[in-house]
Design a protein around this ligand. Structure first.
Ligand code: ATP
Ligand code: MG
Length: 481
């Protein structure tokens, strides 16, 4: 049996030999640039070639996929996010045709697959819908390459690790490789994974000047038309975030807190639970806390579950409530359509009344919530709201006009937040009064103040709802006026 060390060095020398002479050079008409060579020579499991546009990243990904095309049993997969991206002229699949047409490699269009005389294969694929990764469920590859990886979600990327396997007797290294410019829906996770917390992973920064084959002067001229952020991302390969395509673009990292602030004696937190129910989709809950003397709302918990039936959903809400010092002041949920079953179940079995979530003018309320996010009027409790924060930072618009959220991205937690925040936000907050002089009278007085504030809050909410949006009675959000 081969020792691990021996197998590794065998694989390394096979890789080098394959990519230097007999291997990729036969299938690839380009000589790698020094930067590309650096990428091709990496022997780690995961690597990113990322940065400026035009540096030769996609070329390197294709060269790398072909490195073991002469090894029987080798299989490689190259992915783009959508079929449209994959089929673009000049993109990586089209480029493979420029390189391999007329060679002994054979193309099967139905499977988007090249088969080499050795029997090795190179397949092109995409991962557009939320369940697309299951398409690769029964496959195995020794090389998986993601071109423009910041267009993918991290769960797709990590799921494909399960497809990275070696068939018995195929002595090639297992490699997952990516190429990309900064920006895009996956910018944050890609930056975290490869740049901020690289661990064993390798990052090769790409620069435009790395690629002598590009007409740099002409390309510079085209890049000059870009907005400043995109210019910095594409020209300089700067890992800065472009938030313009994000639905909740005003979310700020400094809105995250480790605990709720202390309240003066006699004051309490009011809690609201926002629920977005799903039958095939997950059911998501977001809990918010606020006081009557502050315009800041704290998001204290957020979680979602798959396959949660109505009584299970009610149980979850009871579990959450049991951890609070008091009952929820309001539970708001998507009570139209499928949500009706949940509402009835809650009332009949647990007597937990649920209000119909206000659903009118979603776009208007997204704008208002963005305003509050920008002014740090919504704070998120670290460790309890991380999945929600992840979705807030990733959810992007589908269209340029920013009217529709991207259908392949999760918006269950963000919708539950919007329901809860519409209910909880500072409709009637008032400046904190002077401290009470008589400490013996304090509880009564605080109680009276609370009651009055709740009444005012409800009146204000009704006024605002009347003046702002119209309630929807179906199961869908109303996206625009
Ligand atoms: N080693 C090479 N030899 C010859 N041409 C190359 C080489 N590397 C890249 N090129 C060519 O330079 C151009 C830009 O390369 P490529 O598309 O790989 O860059 P990129 O970094 O992926 O760009 P983008 O950021 O736009 O995706 C392409 O036409 C490509 O074929
Ligand atoms: Mg590219």
């Amino acid at each position: 049996m081969l020792t691990k060390q021996l197998a590794k060095s065998l694989a390394e020398s096979a890789h080098r030999a394959a990519s230097e002479s007999s291997g990729s050079q036969r299938w690839c008409p380009h000589d790698p640039t020094p930067k590309q060579r650096l990428f091709l020579d990496l022997d780690c499991l995961e690597a990113l070639y990322g940065g400026a546009a035009g540096g030769g990243k996609s070329d390197a990904l294709l060269m790398d996929a072909l490195a073991f095309a002469d090894v029987p049993g080798y299989s490689a997969l190259l992915l783009r996010r959508t079929y449209t991206d994959l089929a673009l002229p000049g993109a990586i699949m089209d480029r493979s045709h420029e390189w391999l047409a007329g060679t002994a490699a054979h193309w099967t269009d139905k499977d988007k697959r090249w088969t080499f005389p050795s029997g090795a294969t190179l397949v092109f694929g995409y991962l557009d819908g939320p369940r697309d990764h299951f398409r690769y469920m029964s496959s195995e590859f020794q090389y998986i390459g993601f071109d423009e990886v910041t267009q993918f979600e991290e769960r797709h990327y990590t799921y494909l690790f399960s497809r990275l396997r070696r068939t018995k007797g195929v002595e090639v290294p297992l490699r997952q490789r990516c190429a990309t410019n900064p920006g895009g829906i996956g910018h944050d996770w890609v930056k975290r994974r490869f740049i901020d917390e690289p661990a064993e992973r390798q990052f090769i920064p790409a620069r435009l000047d790395d690629n002598p084959y590009l007409d740099a002067v002409e390309y510079e001229r085209s890049l000059a038309n870009l907005d400043p952020i995109t210019w910095k991302q594409l020209r300089e390969g700067a890992w800065i975030r472009d938030t313009t395509g994000l639905v909740y673009h005003s979310f700020r990292d400094d809105s995250r807190v480790d605990r709720l602030p202390e309240l003066p004696p006699g004051e309490r937190w009011y809690y609201v639970l926002g629920c977005d129910f799903g039958v095939t989709d997950p059911t998501a809950y977001v809990e918010l806390a606020f006081t009557e003397h502050s315009d800041t709302v704290y998001v204290t918990r957020a979680e979602q579950w798959k396959d949660l039936h109505p009584s299970g959903a009610a149980e979850k809400a009871k579990e959450w409530q049991a951890k609070l010092p008091d009952e929820y002041d309001a539970i708001v949920g998507d009570t139209g359509g499928l949500g009706k079953g949940y509402e009835a179940e809650w009332m009949h079995r647990f007597y937990m009344p649920m209000r119909a979530a206000a659903k009118g003018d979603k776009l208007g309320y997204i704008k208002l919530l963005n305003g509050d996010l920008h002014h740090l009027k919504v704070r998120f409790l670290n460790g309890f709201t991380d999945d929600l924060v992840k979705d807030l930072r990733a959810l992007s618009w589908k269209d340029e006009k920013h009217k529709e959220e991207h259908p392949s991205q999760d918006n269950h937690l963000t919708d539950a937040l919007l329901y809860g925040w519409r209910e909880a936000r500072h409709w009637a907050w008032e400046e904190r009064p002077e401290p009470v002089a008589d400490p013996h009278n304090e509880p009564n007085r605080a109680h009276e103040q609370r009651k009055a504030a709740m009444i005012r809050r409800n009146e204000r909410r009704m006024e605002m709802e009347d003046g702002y949006g119209h309630e929807a009675d179906d199961n869908d959000w109303i996206l625009g006026p």
